[in-house]
Design a protein. Structure first.
Length: 405
C-alpha cells in the first residue's frame, strides 16, 4: 500500500523563497527544502508544515507502509492559475507513483481550499492541519507589539491619537464634566476616522501639489480659481441673507428655494470664471481644445437658468417674491402696454432659455471642432493631384484589352 504524504502551498511560498520548482518529491529533497525555507524566513509557518510532512511519512514507514513525500505549490498570478498548477502537479504524482491514498498537510485556511482538488484525484485518508503552538502564547503578542512599535507610520496613526485622548480627557473632565469630555473626545475621534477613511490628507496633498505646479507654470486658472472662490463665498452669503429675510414657519422647501434664487447667479458666475480660466490655459498651450471645455460654460449657464426658474416659480407661488411684470414699451407708432407673466409661463421661459443655451453650446463646440479638423487635414500632394486629374480625363487608362473581351 502506497500513501502519498503531500504538503500543499497555494501561494508558492516555497518557490518564492527558495527559487525551486515544484513538485519536490523524496525524503532527502524535502528535508533539504526545510533548511532552505528556514534560512530564507525562519518565522514562516511553512517550515513547520514541511517538518510535519516528514514526521507523518516517518510514522507511516514505521508502520511498514510505503510513503511518498511530496511538496506541491501553486503560483502567485491568480487563484485560478494557482489551483490549476496544484491540480497538474497532483496528476503527475498520481500518474508516476500510483498511490492508494493520500495524507494532506496544510497550515492555513488558504491552503485548505486545495483539499478538494487532491480528493478528486486520489482518496484522502487524513487532513493534517498544522498550528504553530507559539502563536497561542503571550510571547507572540510581545513580538507583535515589538514589530508594531518599530513601524513609524503605525505609531503616528495609532499611538499619537490615543496619547492625545488620554492627555486631553482629564483636562476636559476637570473643566466641564465627564460626560462633556467624553462627548468631545468621541467627536474628535470620529472626525479623525472620517479624515483617514476618506483620505482627506492625500486629497489635500494632491491639491497643494497641483496649486504649486500651476503657480510655477504661470497658469491663468490660478487667478480665476481665486476669483471663483470669492464669488462662491458671495453667493453663499447672499443666499443666507435671502433665507434670513423670511418669516418663521416656512418649513424647509421655501428657505431652500430662497437660497437657490438668491445665490445661484453668483455661484453660476463663480463656475463660469473657473471654467473660463481653464479654457484660457488650454488656448495658451496651443493644444486642441476638448469639447468638454467648450460646452461647460454653456451648461453652467443653462443649469443656472433652470434652477433660477424653478426656485422663482416656488417662491412666487408662496408669495415670497412678486410676479414678473414686463414694462410698457413705446417704439414710435408701436406701443406695447405692460403685462404680467404668470408663474408657469415664467418657468417655461427660463427652461426654454436653458435648453437653447445648451443647444447653442453643443452647436458651437461641434462647429469649432469641425473647423479644427479642416485646418489640420493634410494637404494633397502634387503627385496625387496629377493622378486624380488623369483618372478624371481618362488619360491614365490603359489601352491594353481586357482578358475577358
Amino acid at each position: 500500500m502506497t500513501t502519498l504524504v503531500v504538503c500543499l502551498d497555494r501561494n508558492d511560498d516555497v518557490g518564492r523563497k527558495t527559487g525551486l520548482q515544484t513538485p519536490i518529491v523524496g525524503w532527502e529533497a524535502v528535508r533539504a527544502l526545510v533548511t532552505d525555507v528556514g534560512l530564507a524566513d525562519p518565522e514562516d509557518s511553512g517550515v513547520n508544515s514541511l517538518l510535519e510532512t516528514l514526521r507523518v511519512a516517518q510514522s507511516l514507514r514505521d508502520g511498514h507502509e510505503e510513503a511518498v513525500v511530496a511538496v506541491v505549490s501553486g503560483d502567485r498570478e491568480s487563484a485560478v492559475s494557482a489551483d490549476r498548477a496544484v491540480a497538474r502537479q497532483v496528476d503527475e504524482l498520481v500518474a508516476e507513483y500510483e498511490p492508494d491514498s493520500a495524507v494532506v498537510v496544510i497550515d492555513s485556511a488558504e491552503d485548505e481550499r486545495l483539499v478538494p482538488i487532491v480528493e478528486s484525484r486520489v482518496r484522502v485518508d487524513s487532513v493534517d492541519r498544522v498550528v504553530v503552538r507559539q502563536a497561542r502564547d503571550i510571547e507572540s503578542t510581545y513580538y507583535l507589539l515589538k514589530q508594531f512599535l518599530a513601524d513609524e507610520e503605525l505609531r503616528q496613526t495609532v499611538l499619537v491619537p490615543i496619547g492625545l485622548t488620554l492627555l486631553v480627557f482629564p483636562i476636559l473632565a476637570w473643566g466641564w464634566s465627564v460626560a462633556g469630555g467624553a462627548a468631545a473626545i468621541t467627536a474628535v475621534i470620529g472626525l479623525f476616522l472620517l479624515y483617514k477613511g476618506f483620505s482627506v490628507d492625500e486629497i489635500l496633498t494632491g491639491l497643494a501639489r497641483r496649486v504649486q505646479e500651476s503657480l510655477y507654470a504661470g497658469q491663468v486658472s490660478v487667478v480665476t480659481y481665486v476669483v471663483a472662490g470669492g464669488l462662491t463665498l458671495v453667493g453663499l452669503f447672499v443666499g443666507a441673507l435671502g433665507v434670513s429675510g423670511l418669516e418663521g414657519g416656512q418649513g424647509v422647501v421655501v428657505p431652500a428655494m430662497a437660497f437657490a434664487f438668491e445665490g445661484v447667479p453668483w455661484l453660476a458666475m463663480a463656475a463660469l470664471t473657473a471654467s473660463a480660466g481653464r479654457l484660457l490655459d488650454e488656448v495658451i498651450r496651443e493644444e486642441p481644445l476638448r469639447t468638454s471645455y467648450l460646452t461647460l460654460p454653456f451648461i453652467i449657464v443653462s443649469v443656472g437658468l433652470i434652477v433660477r426658474g424653478f426656485s422663482a416659480f416656488f417662491l412666487e407661488q408662496q408669495g415670497v417674491i412678486d410676479a414678473f411684470v414686463v414694462p410698457a414699451v413705446s417704439l414710435g407708432a408701436l406701443e406695447v402696454a405692460s403685462f404680467e407673466i404668470a408663474p408657469g409661463e415664467r418657468l417655461a421661459l427660463f427652461v426654454a432659455a436653458g435648453f437653447l443655451v445648451s443647444l447653442a453650446g453643443v452647436r458651437i463646440a461641434a462647429a469649432f471642432n469641425g473647423a479644427e479638423e479642416e485646418t489640420t487635414k493634410p494637404e494633397t500632394t502634387g503627385a496625387d493631384t496629377t493622378e486624380e486629374t488623369e483618372l478624371a480625363d481618362g488619360s491614365g487608362r490603359s489601352d491594353e484589352p481586357r482578358a475577358d473581351r
